[in-house]
Design a protein around this ligand. Structure first.
Ligand code: GLU
Length: 467
C-alpha cells in the first residue's frame, strides 16, 4: 500500500465535540503508528452555519489534546474553483447531467410518490433530455448507476452493501454554481491522496454515493473505517443533555489532556484489558482493526478515575502551571504564600480534577474567614482552647520544618496531654483551612510555615474562645 494518509474533517459549526476528538485521535494514532500523514481539513462549505469562532475552538481543542497535524488546516471554502473544475469533466463524459426541474416540480413529484407508496427519489426527468433549454437555471446531477450494488469492506464494520436503486442522482452543483457536500469531500479526499477515511458512522450512508463519484472521476477508492457513535448513559447519542461534550469544557473543568485522550482511546478501542496508556504506548499499540463495532457509553466516573491517576502521577511543576487559571478563577493569587509546587504536592494524591485541587489549594493563600461550624461543634470549648494553646506553645518552642517532623510534634502534644490524634488534628485542620477536607496536618503546617500556622491557630482560638 502507498504511504498512509488520513484526515480529520470537522465542520466548523460548533466546538470540538468529544466524539469528533475521538475520531481525530484515531486518525492521528493510525498515522503515528504507521508513519503516515495526518491532515486537518475544515469542511466549511455550509457558509451559513460555519463560523471562524468555531474554527478557532476546534483548533484550540486539537492543540490542547496534542493532536498535531502534518498538513493543513485546509479550508473547503478556499477550494471552490478546484471543485468546479470537475463538473464539466463529468458533464462531458455523460456521467452527470443538467437538471432543470424546479423545486416546486420536485416537491409535487415527491408528494405524489409518497402518496403512492413509492420512495421519494428523483424520477430521472432530465436524465435523457434531448434538447436543453439554454435560458433556464439548472443544477448538475450525478448520473448514478441504476442497477447492481455498491459495496465496501469497512475496516471496523465489515462489508456493507447498498443496492444502487436506493441511491438518488445526487446534485453535485447547485443552481448558484456552488458544489455540494459529498462532491467536495470526494474531490478533497482524492486530491489530498487520502488512503483511509476514518470518520463517525453517521457518514455510512454517504459512502456509497462517494464511492460512485470516485469511480466516475477515475480516482482510486480509499479504505473506510466508520467509528461507532458515543452514547450517553440512557443509550441516546451523547449530547449536551448528558453533560459537557466539548473538549475545551473538559479542560475548564480541570481535566488533563492525557486523561481525556486515554479515556477516548478506550472508548471503542481495546488492547487486552489494559486501561492506562501513555501517548507513546497508544501510538505503538493502536490498531484500527481492534476498534469495536458497537457504540460506547460515555462514563464520567471512569474519566474522573483516569484524571485522578494522571494528577497523582503528574509532574508537580507542570500541574502547578496548569492549576493557575483555576486559582485565578477563584480570585486566589499565589504571590504571597507558599510555593505553589509545594502546595500541589500536598494535594495531588487526592484530587480528581484541577478544579477540585484549586478548591482545596485556596486556603493556603487565603486564611479562612469562616469555619465549618458543624465540625467545630463536635469538640467542646475547653478542649479546643487547650488544644490550640498547647499546639501554639509546642510550635513556638520547638523548631521543626519537615512534614514528618511536625507530625511528631503533634504526636507529642497528644501524648503529653492524653489526647487522641483526632482531638488535636481535626481542630487544627479547621483552624488552618476552615474545614476538615485538607491534607495531613504535618504537610499543611510545613507548607504554610510555622509563623502563619500560629497566626491562624491564634485566630481560631480567639474565635472559639469568644463563642
Ligand atoms: N465534516 C464531517 C463532519 O463534521 C466529516 C466528514 C468526513 O469525515 O467525511 O461530520
Amino acid at each position: 500500500m502507498s504511504e498512509l494518509r488520513v484526515r480529520f474533517a470537522p465542520s466548523p459549526t460548533g466546538y470540538l465535540h468529544v466524539g469528533g476528538a475521538r475520531t481525530a485521535l484515531f486518525n492521528w494514532l493510525l498515522a503515528r503508528n504507521l508513519g503516515g500523514t495526518f491532515i486537518l481539513r475544515i469542511e466549511d462549505t455550509d457558509v451559513e452555519r460555519s463560523t471562524s469562532e468555531s474554527v478557532e475552538a476546534i483548533l484550540e481543542g486539537m492543540k490542547w489534546l496534542g493532536l498535531e497535524w502534518d498538513e493543513g488546516p485546509f479550508y473547503q471554502s478556499a477550494s471552490f474553483p478546484l471543485y468546479k473544475e470537475y463538473v464539466p469533466k463529468l458533464l462531458d463524459a455523460g456521467k452527470a447531467y443538467k437538471c432543470y426541474c424546479t423545486s416546486e416540480e420536485l416537491e409535487a413529484r415527491r408528494n405524489l410518490a409518497m402518496q403512492e407508496g413509492r420512495k421519494p427519489k428523483y424520477d430521472g426527468t432530465c436524465r435523457e433530455l434531448a434538447c436543453q433549454p439554454a435560458d433556464r437555471p439548472y443544477v448538475v446531477r450525478f448520473r448514478a448507476p441504476q442497477g447492481g450494488v455498491t459495496s465496501f469492506d469497512d475496516l471496523i464494520k465489515g462489508v456493507i452493501t447498498f443496492p444502487n436503486e436506493e441511491l438518488d442522482d445526487l446534485i453535485i452543483q447547485r443552481t448558484d454554481g456552488t458544489p455540494t457536500y459529498n462532491f467536495c469531500v470526494v474531490i478533497d479526499d482524492a486530491t489530498m491522496r487520502i488512503t483511509t477515511v476514518i470518520r463517525g458512522d453517521d457518514h455510512v450512508n454517504n459512502t456509497p454515493r462517494q464511492i460512485q463519484l470516485y469511480q466516475a472521476l477515475g480516482f482510486p477508492v480509499p479504505q473506510f473505517a466508520h467509528v461507532p457513535m458515543i452514547l450517553g448513559s440512557d443509550k441516546a447519542r451523547l449530547s449536551k443533555r448528558h453533560g459537557a461534550t466539548s473538549v475545551i469544557a473538559y479542560r475548564d473543568m480541570g481535566f488533563l489532556p492525557e486523561a481525556l485522550i486515554n479515556y477516548l482511546v478506550r472508548l471503542g478501542w481495546s488492547h487486552g484489558d489494559d486501561e492506562i496508556f501513555s501517548r507513546e504506548e497508544m501510538v505503538q499499540k493502536f490498531d484500527i482493526n481492534h476498534v469495536g463495532r458497537s457504540a460506547s457509553v460515555f462514563n464520567t466516573e471512569k474519566l474522573l478515575w483516569l484524571n485522578a491517576h494522571y494528577i497523582k502521577n503528574g509532574d508537580t511543576a507542570r500541574l502547578a502551571g496548569l492549576l493557575l487559571p483555576h486559582l485565578s478563577k477563584r480570585q486566589v493569587t499565589t504571590l504571597d504564600g507558599p510555593d505553589l509546587a509545594t502546595v500541589v504536592n500536598t494535594l495531588k494524591e487526592r484530587a480528581q480534577t484541577l478544579e477540585e485541587m484549586a478548591d482545596r489549594a485556596a486556603f493556603y493563600y487565603n486564611a479562612p474567614e469562616n469555619y465549618d461550624e458543624a465540625a467545630l461543634a463536635k469538640f467542646d470549648k475547653e478542649l479546643l482552647q487547650a488544644v490550640f494553646a498547647a499546639v501554639i506553645t509546642k510550635l513556638s518552642s520547638t523548631p521543626a520544618t519537615g512534614a514528618a517532623e511536625i507530625d511528631l510534634l503533634f504526636k507529642d502534644v497528644c501524648s503529653e496531654n492524653g489526647w487522641k490524634m483526632g482531638q488535636v488534628g481535626q481542630p487544627v485542620r479547621i483552624a488552618l483551612s476552615g474545614g476538615t477536607q485538607a491534607p495531613g496536618i504535618g504537610e499543611i503546617v510545613a507548607t504554610l510555615g510555622t509563623e502563619e500556622t500560629i497566626r491562624r491557630i491564634q485566630k481560631a482560638r480567639e474565635y472559639t474562645g469568644a463563642r
